[in-house]
Design a protein around this ligand. Structure first.
Ligand code: GLN
Length: 533
């Protein structure tokens, strides 16, 4: 029988529930239990795919082509699991399926209501996710903050599940901010107390309270939270600030959280084995060398827009014991002032990030040109790969005004063009080329050396590709196409053999990178940037 752990958040959003959910999962895994995770997003969008990364952070892509919340990325990285898109439940999905059933007449004669129909649908989805995973424990993170109107049906469904399941089979963990006042340096527990009260008003008494605080909780503050939150003193933990997020499960387990959780769930007292995880985390703290990377893109004001890419870089640097400094560069500034591109000489590596639309693309092309001509290691991801092709067509082949038709539909040289199957597509949600596909790598190429084989399996999210009409000319001019889709219909990797490290990929290898097992293209890029390869 599966056990359910619900993770809720209080006081404000971005309190670290995703890392907390992942960390609880890790504490269970370290004791030999299998886990899976579900993220509930109470917004009305069916999925995260149509949202601006500025608002909601990165759109994470699953193997099966889901465009999901970025927390699924945290779960996959911490727990080394691949989740199906079904494990990101939204209000949009729940209502869409209830309304579809209503139209089919499945509720004939009934008045269809939030309770029980919407809440039943939510419970069924949670149980189906548990069944599909077949794990010992399913962790369910309820997004947003307790008290949000749109979160209420999900909390109500969780409340009902607690009633329906055996006492030992459900557990509620509430994560809330404990701020420290600048003036007095005091840790303030009141907001946390209030958010627990809000939980109780909804009918849920948390079993565990985790304070999210800059520093470990002081004994008095912990006592207060225990008293007013109505949980035992031993059930209050602190998730305090750390340099490396992968340290969090170790810190919580040290406070006794893993033991408390397993006991409360009636799981037998297995001992935790942290040896593998601790050695991965240790490597992150070595910092024998610093590498400075230029992150060229357009959503650079919110680091969460590229969280999987940042983590892939961390995984890569961690593996070689290096420290990376990632600096965000809005490429529009190279458009306003082309000589600004010279600032790139201060970086050991240049990444051109994924993206959509034309803002900043001319600046990205300038950055790629600089990397290519000055032999600075370059990695182009998705849009970065496409724009590297545009740069090559313009500046090596002399195709004046070559472009992607995404930016210039009437370019004389459409070297990047819509995928043929995209031409008939009108609606925007879930219609890109999505999910993981096999990639055939050219034997002997940089790409095949990085993967250590002639095959890769990476996730995708795009509508455009290198136009087959220009394959020959580009290759003749020295751009090597080193990775192809299995049907050889589209280019997946490009490289420049004459350059120290110049690699682009149509795919998003960052979505499959893990701590201790960095994604090969990122690892190769960081090694080249650190001059270790
Ligand atoms: N805009 C490009 C496309 O749709 C690239 C997408 C991306 O970088 N994810 O193909």
């Amino acid at each position: 029988m599966v056990k359910f752990i619900f993770i809720t958040g209080g006081v404000l959003s971005s309190v670290g529930k995703g890392i907390m959910t992942s960390s609880i999962g890790k504490m269970l895994q370290s004791r030999g239990y299998t886990v899976s995770t579900v993220k509930i997003d109470p917004y009305v969008n069916v999925d995260a795919g149509t949202m601006n990364p500025y608002m909601h952070g990165e759109v994470f892509v699953t193997d099966d082509g889901g465009e999901t919340d970025l927390d699924l990325g945290h779960y996959e990285r911490f727990l080394d699991i691949n989740l199906p898109k079904f494990n990101n439940i939204t209000t949009g999905q729940v209502y869409a399926s209830v309304i579809e059933k209503e139209r089919k007449g499945e509720y004939l004669g009934q008045c269809v209501q939030i309770i029980p129909h919407i809440t039943d649908e939510i419970k069924n989805r949670i149980k189906s996710a548990a069944k599909m995973a077949g794990s010992d424990v399913l962790l369910v993170e309820i997004g947003g903050t307790v008290g949000d109107i749109e979160g209420l049906p999900f909390l109500e469904a969780a409340r009902q599940l607690r009633l329906e399941e055996a006492f030992n089979d459900t557990l509620f963990v509430h994560v809330a901010l404990v701020p420290i006042l600048n003036s007095t340096r005091e840790q303030k527990s009141k907001p946390c107390q209030h958010s627990v009260q809000e939980m109780r008003r909804i009918g849920i008494q948390p079993d565990i309270i985790v304070a999210r605080c800059k520093d470990p909780l002081e004994v008095d503050v912990k006592r207060k939270i225990s008293l007013f939150g109505s949980v035992p003193y031993d059930a209050v933990f602190t998730s305090y600030d750390v340099d490396c997020i992968y340290q969090v499960p170790l810190n919580l387990d040290k406070q006794g959280m893993g033991e408390y959780v397993t006991k409360r769930l009636g799981l037998n007292g297995r001992k935790a084995d942290w040896s593998d995880w601790a050695s991965v985390v240790d490597a992150f703290n070595k910092n024998v060398k610093t590498v400075k990377i230029a992150m060229c893109g357009k959503y650079t004001k919110l680091a969460d827009s590229y969280v999987s890419i940042m983590e892939s870089i961390h995984h890569s640097a961690g593996k070689i014991g290096a420290k990376v400094e990632m600096e965000w560069i809005e490429t529009t500034k190279f458009e306003d002032n082309p000589s600004e591109v010279k600032i790139l000489e201060d970086y050991q590596g240049i990444i051109v990030l994924p993206g959509f639309g034309s803002r900043g693309t001319e600046g990205k092309i300038k950055a790629i040109n600089y990397a290519r001509e000055n032999n600075i290691p370059f990695l182009g991801i998705c849009y970065g790969f496409q724009l590297a092709t545009v740069e090559y067509a313009r500046n090596v082949l002399g195709f004046t005004n070559a472009n992607t038709t995404e930016c210039d539909p009437s370019t004389p040289y459409p070297v990047i063009d819509l995928l043929p199957e995209q031409r008939a597509i009108g609606s925007m949600g879930g219609t890109m080329r999505l999910g993981a596909y096999k990639i055939a790598l050219k034997p002997g190429s940089l790409a095949s050396k990085l993967y250590g084989k002639n095959e890769a399996y990476e996730r995708h999210r795009h509508r455009y590709e290198i136009n087959p009409k220009y394959w020959k000319e580009l290759e003749m001019a020295g751009l090597e196409f080193s990775g192809w889709s299995a049907d050889l219909k589209r280019v997946e990797f490009l490289e420049l053999p004459s350059h120290p490290f110049f690699l682009g990929t149509q795919s998003h290898p960052e979505f499959r990178s893990r701590p201790g097992k960095p994604s090969p293209p990122y690892f190769g890029f960081i090694k080249a940037s650190a001059k270790l390869a």
